[in-house]
Design a protein around this ligand. Structure first.
Ligand code: SER
Length: 316
């Protein structure tokens, strides 16, 4: 990767990835894009509506990029509320991005998710290659996306790569409309109120990962030797399998009086229950050497410290 276009650059992953790519590959080599222009973009920024057929192609050509990292998408709960819009953005955007990669001969990354699995998938130690019959629109989009990326690789030779992200936890940009968002909210509320009411029920396990590991995964996979990649577009990756009470006990090691309550949202609970409890990430380790550095406790320490600094700055 030398010159990279990032779509969805203002989102949860994009906002941090863009900065990391700028410091790794040079300010002038990263083109951030999103549906709206921020007030003060911190580097090169272009407005792109991924659903418009030619916009990704035109900006890729204008800057002569060699890689597209396509992150523009709706998350699971939002997609359940607006399924047709989700199809248009998640699938329409993806095919437009893949077409640009095909026509300009670019490397390509887009994330899949634990949402690509469904209730009939084995729940524990979910294999890399297994049954995928998701029951959410987001899941349908993710499975179709994995297949579409495989297709552009095998049919047109586009160098497509991707991972199935677990729930991502970060303090920089809030996720929006995901099922795993509680695992971000819990840290903010722990600091603000010393208490959190979870919309996901006790005992509901999902895979989770701290953002620095997720960013490293993207770069590591994109720089990996293609001869070693047997899977390409949908590597299971994980850091921890955790339920709300595990976040509560990890936070209590830092904030002893922290209290966790429950008021379950049936929609997001239903989505969570249709996903695996813990996935097997051996293929990512074997094929490109990925291992997460953060477990739940060192993530908790870092999250709480960074959120405290952020809230102090915001109120200053
Ligand atoms: N974090 C995402 C969501 O909850 C899953 O990929 O929708």
């Amino acid at each position: 990767m030398k010159k990279i276009l990032v779509t969805g650059a203002l989102g949860q992953i994009g906002s941090e990835l863009t900065e990391k790519l700028r410091s790794t590959y040079g300010e002038d080599n990263i083109i951030a894009s999103d549906i709206r222009r921020p007030e003060n973009p911190s580097g090169i920024f272009e407005e792109i509506d991924v659903t418009k057929e030619k916009e990704i192609y035109e900006i890729s050509k204008k800057y002569n990029v060699d890689t597209i990292i396509h992150l523009a998408a709706l998350l699971s709960a939002k997609a359940e509320a607006f399924p047709k819009v989700a199809w248009e953005i998640n699938m329409g955007g993806l095919v437009n991005a893949l077409e640009a990669a095909k026509q300009l001969d670019l490397k390509f990354f887009t994330p899949s998710s634990i949402g690509a699995f469904g209730p009939s998938t084995p729940k524990d130690n979910t294999p890399q290659d297994t049954l995928q019959r998701p029951t959410t629109m987001y899941g349908v989009n993710k499975v179709a996306g994995e297949l579409l990326c495989d297709y552009y690789f095998s049919r047109f030779g586009v160098d497509t790569r991707g991972v199935r992200f677990p729930g991502l936890i970060s303090y920089v940009t809030a996720p929006g409309g995901g099922t795993t968002d509680y695992a971000v909210e819990v840290y903010y509320e722990a600091i603000r109120k010393g208490a959190y009411t979870s919309y996901i029920a006790q005992g509901t396990h999902m895979d989770m990962m701290y953002m620095p590991d997720a960013l490293n995964a993207i770069i590591q996979l994109m720089e990996a030797n293609p001869d070693r990649l047997k899977h390409r577009n949908a590597f299971n990756i994980t850091a921890v399998s955790a339920a709300p009470e595990h976040f509560a006990s990890s936070i209590r090691k830092q904030i002893p009086n922290f209290e966790m309550g429950y008021q379950v949202d049936p929609v997001r609970q239903g989505i969570a229950e249709s996903w695996p409890d813990s996935i097997n990430a051996d293929a990512a380790k074997e094929e490109w050497g990925f291992e997460a550095a953060y477990d739940i406790d060192n993530m908790t320490v870092d999250m709480l410290e960074k959120i405290r600094e952020k809230l102090k700055k915001d109120s200053a």
